[in-house]
Design a protein around this ligand. Structure first.
Ligand code: UDP
Ligand code: MG
Length: 336
């Protein structure tokens, strides 16, 4: 008798391995009608040159131009191409997440669909994975974007992201990355989290490195982002910090927060009930300073609330499927 039980998960993994094309290239695409043809051609050329078996996964993020027709035509003639289509625009992160789910390769590469990333760099990234890394990030050393609206915010964002997340790579925003499939399968992506894949990967124990890659100017179509992304990145950064550092033990974080409030309450009670005499002795006040006492009571209540929130968060984490799954996937990889 087998010493282990075969679960639905194992069966799914076995089915996936059977259809494993080796390398999956995932590309989110939104209104890139003039780019999809040249992109498909450049990708096919680069991947055939590289020589491993591959699949291309294009995810159409609800394009409203002729991108979808172009994708259908390409899929009809290329059996290595698979296309996922959204009914409406859900955003780049959702598109990438859908691509990662659809991808069957053990190695996954993500890149932009506007030919700013160069398909000819894919081989080098994947080779680097084989040196024992789980994520290889592209680093656009000579970035071809506008200085003020793009490069400056990106510099600041990269600095903040590497500080906050502790992932020391230069270019977190570069979409061109190669991953071992378990990394992207273990991540739960939402909001604009595709910008933080490296940090999220590091959070689940992936070994991360970077390689300089080429970067070209956009030849056709328009960038989908303006300065608004700066704020989204900042908001996501806070969320990421919580996820990476405190998700496993929220109660520690909340307890830390409640301690200063608790101390403040004690101080207000002291000031409300006692008075410091010239001699250096504290004297009990019969007519309490009610304002200070009330402030102390409020601080105390808030401190207790914060602590209780932490307690609830801790319970929530301990019973959540997401957390257990993440741990089990990571642990499994570690013993492989
Ligand atoms: N994209 C997408 N959905 C969106 C916005 C963008 O799938 O809502 C795709 C877009 O088609 C491109 C990639 O994400 O393939 C990067 O977008 P873009 O080139 O506009 O970003 P930038 O290079 O300006 O940072
Ligand atoms: Mg672009």
């Amino acid at each position: 008798m087998a010493g282990y039980a075969v679960t639905a998960n194992d069966r799914a993994a076995a089915a996936r391995d059977a259809a494993d094309p080796g390398l999956s290239v995932v590309v989110p695409i939104y209104n890139e009608e003039d780019n999809v043809g040249p992109l498909h051609e450049a990708l096919t050329h680069a991947l055939q040159l590289y020589g491993r078996s591959y699949e291309i996964v294009f995810v159409d993020d609800g394009s409203s131009d002729s991108t979808r027709d172009a994708l259908r035509e390409l899929a009809a003639v290329d059996s290595n191409l698979r296309v996922v289509m959204f009914r409406r625009n859900y955003g780049q992160t959702a598109a990438m997440a859908a691509g990662f789910r659809a991808a069957r390769g053990r190695t996954i590469v993500s890149m932009d669909g506007d030919l700013q990333n160069d398909p000819a760099d894919i081989g080098r990234l994947v080779d680097k994975l084989d040196e024992g890394f789980d994520v290889v990030c592209g680093w656009r050393r000579q970035r071809q974007d506008r200085a003020f609206t793009r490069l400056l915010p990106s510099r600041i964002a990269n600095f903040l992201i590497s500080r906050v997340t502790g992932t020391r790579i230069h270019d977190t925003g570069c979409s061109l990355k190669a991953y071992r499939s378990w990394v992207v399968r273990s991540l739960h992506l939402y909001s604009d989290m595709h910008r933080f894949l490296a940090a999220l990967g590091a959070g689940i124990g992936a070994r991360i490195t970077e390689l300089p890659v080429r970067h070209h100017q956009r030849r056709a179509g328009m960038s989908k982002y303006g300065l608004g992304r700066v704020f989204r990145v900042l908001a996501d950064l806070v969320g990421i910090k919580m996820l990476i550092q405190f998700a496993a033990h929220p109660i520690r974080w909340f307890t830390l927060l409640s301690i200063p409030l608790f101390l403040l309450a004690q101080l207000m009670f002291l000031l409300g009930f006692f008075k410091l005499r010239g001699s250096g002795a504290w004297e009990f006040l019969t007519d309490h300073d009610m304002a200070a006492v009330a402030a102390g009571a409020v601080a105390m209540l808030v401190a207790m609330n914060v602590f209780l929130l932490g307690f609830l968060a801790e319970l929530q984490v301990k019973v959540s499927r997401f957390f257990r799954q993440r741990i089990s996937t990571t642990a499994r990889e570690a013993i492989r």
